[in-house]
Ligand binder design. Structure first.
Ligand code: GRF
Length: 218
């Protein structure tokens, strides 16, 4: 079974959805650890309460980004995960760190990328008068919020929405989308082709699409 390490900075609701999915079997992966760069991130307690090992690598205790990245990589590698999952992790990672986990590090971003990279996405979507908004799971590359897209979910922007109501609608989809994207990775169904993600069809679903005669010839 594939194992994942989840990096957080805050409340950890995406983290919780991944832990829940792994616990109920809908995500066949083991959450090996949760690591936070903030000692007081509420998500740490949630993870510990669900029996997941937790670690803190406090960015404020490291002189520069290189030192922080090195300490973080050491903490991650101690668990030898197949996949590193950024879930509300609010530090920019150096190119060396990103290269170390190329093709095995994912992030969830609260917009339909490539629209609205960076911070404050819900307020900016409202400000632009967007009628559709959403979230994106992507592989992490050195360019911020620009890596190959694994999955997206869209929500309508409703009259009367403010940033909070829109964020809540998007978050509901994030909690559904991230376990699905990680599940695809865990099942070995994601391939990078020309810098884009290809999703292999589910074996059973693929088989049912093939007519019996074609199937005989395989
Ligand atoms: C989510 O909206 C995620 O898309 C963004 O930060 C937020 C984290 O929320 N990267 P949580 O910590 O998972 O509750």
């Amino acid at each position: 079974m594939k194992s994942i390490v989840i990096l957080i900075s805050g409340r950890g609701s995406n983290m919780a959805s991944l832990i829940d999915a792994a616990a109920d079997g809908s995500l066949r992966a083991r959450v090996a650890a949760v690591i936070s760069n903030r000692p007081r991130a509420p998500g740490l307690e949630i993870a510990a309460g669900r029996g997941i090992p937790t670690r803190v690598v406090d960015h404020a205790r490291h002189p520069d980004r290189e030192a922080f990245d090195a300490a973080l990589a050491e903490a991650i590698d101690a668990f030898s995960p197949d996949l590193v999952v950024l879930a509300g992790f609010m530090r920019i990672l150096g190119d060396g760190f990103v290269a170390r986990y190329a093709g095995r590090m994912m992030n969830i971003h609260p917009s339909l990328l490539p629209a609205f990279p960076g911070l404050d996405t819900h307020r900016r979507a409202l400000g632009e008068g967007a009628r559709i908004h959403g979230c994106t799971v992507h592989f992490v590359t050195p360019a911020l919020d620009r890596g190959p897209i694994v999955a997206q979910a869209a929500v309508p922007v409703l009259d009367g929405d403010d940033a909070d109501s829109l964020a809540a609608r998007v978050l509901e989809q994030e909690r559904r989308l991230y376990p699905l994207a990680v599940r695809w990775f865990a099942e070995g169904r994601l391939r990078l082709v020309d810098g884009r993600v290809a999703l292999d069809a589910e074996q059973d679903a693929a088989a049912s699409l093939i007519s019996p005669r074609t199937r005989e010839r395989r």
